[in-house]
Design a protein around this ligand. Structure first.
Ligand SMILES: [Zn+2]
Length: 278
């Protein structure tokens, strides 16, 4: 959604409320949630009242906004600022909210994205695989010397999606298990010479390797795609100094989401995901 359309949505609290209901973020009540009676009306600004049992409920009931006590306009704008990758500090000022509240909204969006990551779609065709280490200052070797770093396994379908997963280690068994889960058998997999990829053919994948020590790319045998994702992700994460390991999975999945939705309207995608619920 572009800024001009957004400014109309945010012309008033009422318009923002209607918008959030249309998008399924606020629940559309057709009956009283307590007694099931279909006759109820709006009372005051933010509540409904049942004509039969006389009970009242908030327009925010059973929505993400139930426990998020910020105006609808600010919620919509916060999503836009998140889409545009505005920092929490800057968004705090733009929204005139406290730092903690802004941080809470941004983390909430990340958690929705994290939960939404679909296990269903399987990558196929030409696929690149690689592992990388995140966090820590030392440039460790694979496996050894990489303490304090978080190993991440990445699979990228050429012209398609990327899937990244935090793994316990980069042993053959671990990587194979992830590959079998995420890649269709028979796909052509490109990797480098790392020995953990030795067994791919045995498990029904076609496999081509590139030797980085000799040349970077050999015709179609390259892993520039997944390596491009690593540098994209590391570049983005640089701005979060001292990102806690506990929050790292959420930031990582946010980057996967941004990459996989690079051709789509992120604002709309985020709304869809929030609508889908955790
Ligand atoms: Zn009722």
């Amino acid at each position: 959604m572009d800024l001009l359309t957004l400014s109309k949505v945010c012309a008033s609290e009422q318009e923002a409320e209607v918008f959030l209901r249309e998008r399924g973020i606020l629940k559309s009540f057709t009956e009283c949630p307590y007694c099931g009676n279909p006759h109820f009306g709006k009372v005051r600004r933010n509540s409904f009242k049942c004509f039969k049992c006389k009970r009242e409920w908030s327009v925010r009931k059973d929505s993400v906004l139930e426990n998020l006590k910020i105006p609808f306009i600010k919620f919509v704008l916060a999503i836009k600022l998140f889409e545009l990758e505005v920092s929490v500090l800057k968004a705090t000022k733009e929204l005139n909210l406290s730092y903690n509240t802004t941080h809470k909204v941004f983390m909430l969006i990340r958690k929705y994205i994290y939960k939404n990551t679909s296990e269903d779609d399987i990558l196929a065709g030409e696929v690149e695989m690689d592992e990388s280490y995140f966090g820590g200052k030392r440039k460790g070797k694979r496996g050894r010397g990489s303490q304090n770093k978080i190993p991440v396994f990445g699979i990228l379908e050429r012209g398609g999606k990327v899937k990244v997963e935090i793994v316990e280690d980069v042993k053959a068994e671990t990587l194979l298990k992830e590959t079998i889960k995420k890649v269709k058998r028979g796909s052509l997999i490109y990797t480098d010479k790392f020995k953990s990829y030795d067994g791919l053919v045995v498990y029904g994948f076609r496999h081509e390797r590139i030797d980085h020590s000799k040349r970077f790319a050999n015709g179609k045998v390259y892993i520039n795609g997944i390596e491009g994702f690593w540098s994209y992700a590391k570049g983005k994460l640089l701005k979060y100094h001292g990102l806690s390991p506990a929050n790292f999975p959420y930031y990582l999945k946010e980057l996967e989401f941004r990459y996989n939705n690079r051709d789509k309207d992120l604002f709309d995608r985020i709304l869809e995901i929030i609508k889908g619920g955790i």
